[in-house]
Ligand binder design. Structure first.
Ligand SMILES: C[S@@+](CC[C@H](N)C(=O)[O-])C[C@H]1O[C@@H](n2cnc3c(N)ncnc32)[C@H](O)[C@@H]1O
Length: 290
């Protein structure tokens, strides 16, 4: 028997704590529609148990007895802070340094070829807790040491304010280092000692060079100077095809005509959007019009 069926069976039993009574189909439809409207994220029924476990503590925190009452609070529009907390909890923020490392070699090659008369600009558009942004910054900082590199700027954004807070701090457990080359760990990070044993802090020289902001990709984007490279990795999987199309179309308006868009290597844009040509695994350029 799955956790879902267990919870469904228990639903409606008076006197049970809310987590064991689960979420009714009607209440699940409410939170599914709300998350879709707020974030473009399409929750499947298989995510019911996950929603229960991620939001259970919020019932306790708000003093509400049922998921139905909690979702009514979110829907009321009277508690924007609680809505943000719920969105933070319902987004999946898995990330680590040097994830899908081939993209960073491609990034270095693009920066090396870039026009040095202007700033090379990169945006990580669903950056989660910042590891992707700092990986981009380390890649460009390395290039500046070894070759004539352009000046550069890196921005990170995400919908979740909780992960953006971590991103700004740049403080991680060593488990997040992924495939980070040891030399870069040494050059750009400080090892924690004492109570911070087992953690790293990204060096302030690098932290001061990046900027983070909250941007919801399904809403009209703020005015942005065009980017040479946009990372939009491992977020499209949460969107249905019309939302994917809308998000990518908006982003392409902020990409330079010769710029590159990276998506997750397990993701695809084929059949989603026209006018793009593949230029590597999970990498696209805009088709040149004659
Ligand atoms: C799995 S993480 C990907 C992190 C990083 N790009 C990587 O590949 O390692 C997906 C991120 O997308 C963010 N996200 C989901 N919906 C979003 C939206 N509508 N606007 C902006 N960010 C969103 C989530 O908050 C989450 O941090």
């Amino acid at each position: 028997m799955t956790a879902d069926t267990l919870m469904d069976r228990a639903h409606g039993l008076a006197g049970r704590p809310a987590e064991s009574t689960g979420i009714s189909d009607t209440d699940f439809a409410t939170i599914r529609d709300l998350l879709f409207q707020q974030a473009g994220i399409a929750l499947t029924p298989a995510k019911k148990a996950l929603v229960c476990s991620r939001l259970f503590k919020r019932l306790q925190a708000t003093g509400l007895d049922t998921y139905g009452a909690y979702f009514a609070l979110l829907m009321s529009g009277n508690d924007g802070a609680e809505l943000q907390i719920a969105i933070d909890l319902l987004t999946t923020n898995e990330t680590y340094f040097f994830r899908e490392a081939e993209h960073f070699s491609m990034l270095a090659a693009l920066a090396e070829k870039a026009d040095r008369q202007r700033t090379f600009r990169v945006w990580s558009a669903a950056c989660s807790s910042g590891e992707e942004v700092y990986t981009i910054a380390m890649t460009l900082a390395e290039l500046s040491r070894t070759a004539r590199a352009p000046t550069w700027e890196v921005r990170g954004s995400d919908l979740s304010t909780r992960v953006l807070e971590t991103a700004r701090q740049g403080h991680y457990t060593l488990a997040r280092t992924g495939d980070m080359p040891p030399a870069l760990l040494k050059r750009y990070c400080l090892y924690g000692t004492g109570q911070y044993e087992g953690t790293l802090l990204v060096d302030s020289a690098l932290r001061d060079r990046v900027e983070f902001a909250q941007i919801n990709l399904i809403e009209p984007l703020p005015r942005l100077v065009p980017f040479d490279v946009i990372f939009l990795r491992n977020v499209l999987i949460y969107f249905d095809p019309p939302v994917k199309r809308k998000v990518v179309t908006q982003l392409l308006d902020t990409l330079r005509p010769d710029g590159v868009l990276f998506i997750g290597m397990a993701e695809t844009l084929s059949g989603v959007i026209d006018g793009l040509v593949s230029c590597g695994p999970g990498a696209y350029r805009m088709e040149r019009r004659s």
